[in-house]
Design a protein around this ligand. Structure first.
Ligand SMILES: C[S@@+](CC[C@H](N)C(=O)[O-])C[C@H]1O[C@@H](n2cnc3c(N)ncnc32)[C@H](O)[C@@H]1O
Length: 287
């Protein structure tokens, strides 16, 4: 629930991600990557791009993806993770996203890749709560910082379960809501900023996955990495605001830098966090 008491719907989330594509491309990452960085552990590491690539590497390794995998990336955004996996491991894959703008961008990127060397990848517009795939299709369902945005989370978990083959792997990173009570500032700068109603704690997430039929393989608390992500992005926004010629771009960057400072406070107050999970689809017939 937002500061004003509004509960965000899928339509609100879709409109937000359609509307903000250009802004994020111009500031965050011009390839369209939009996820938390996995930093080296050194406090002086301020290379967001390398950290965001490391997140994909860590998640792919934890998921156990290889050339025989058939992967679905849910909330794939601009398609970078799925393209990376197909290029790196030679696997097949699909990317699904609620934002038509982001899927259009992913398809253009894929067409460019295909001209160089074709990949076995498809991008589709659709929701995590109504996945356009048959039962038992994929060996892996992956996701980066997207599932938290789904208003009906049990529904998206049961969809991930349905489209995975028995024994298949559900591996993802996601925002966490470590404690129930969220102050007004965190609500405004963290939750309302991206149309997020709220989510699970590290422990609560594992219970929700078990309820959907998964067996937990791994759950990491990565709070220090999300703090570093917003420290680095906030510093970049402040620096760029100083030289921005366009007043609207400067105002956006200053507002974003302020939110980055508030986000770090929210992390310290356990109002926000980040985690990585790997779970396996149990065969319901054989508990
Ligand atoms: C923070 S971005 C992450 C994008 C991408 N995973 C990445 O790492 O760059 C979250 C993405 O989740 C998508 N999303 C939100 N709700 C969704 C839903 N119900 N079904 C599918 N995608 C959704 C958004 O459109 C957005 O592209």
């Amino acid at each position: 629930m937002s500061v004003t008491g509004h509960v965000y719907t899928e339509k609100d989330v879709r409109e937000f991600f359609d509307r903000t594509l250009k802004t994020y491309l111009s500031f965050w990452d011009d390839d369209g990557v939009l996820h938390t960085g996995y930093f080296s552990g050194d406090d002086a590491d301020d290379d967001y791009r390398a950290a965001s690539e490391r997140t994909s590497e860590v998640l792919a390794a934890d998921a156990g993806i290889d050339g025989s995998s058939y992967v679905l990336d849910v909330g794939c955004g601009c398609g970078n993770f799925m393209i990376h996996l197909a290029r790196r491991f030679g696997c097949r894959g699909e990317g699904l996203d609620l934002s038509e703008e982001r899927i259009a961008f992913a398809r253009e990127k894929l067409a460019e890749e295909d001209r160089r060397d074709p990949l076995d990848v498809v991008f589709r517009h659709g929701s995590a709560t109504r996945m356009p795939y048959a039962d038992d299709t994929f060996t892996h369902v992956v996701s980066q910082d997207a599932l938290c945005l789904v208003p009906d989370k049990p529904r998206s978990h049961s969809e991930a379960y349905r489209v995975l083959r028995p024994g298949g792997v559900f591996a993802f990173s996601d925002f966490l809501q470590p404690k129930k009570e969220i102050g007004e500032r965190a609500r405004r700068h963290v939750y309302d900023r991206v149309k997020w109603n709220g989510g699970y704690s590290l422990v609560g997430y594992q219970s929700a996955l078990e309820e959907a039929g998964f067996e937990i393989v791994l759950a990491r608390n990565l709070e220090s990495h999300i703090r570093q992500t917003y420290r680095v992005l906030g510093a970049t926004a402040r620096e760029r605001a100083e030289t921005a010629a366009d007043p609207a771009a400067r105002d956006w960057m200053l507002a974003f830098a302020e939110s980055c400072a508030e986000i770090q406070i929210a992390i310290d107050h356990e109002e926000f966090g980040w985690g990585m999970f790997v779970a396996r689809k149990r065969d319901r017939a054989r508990p």
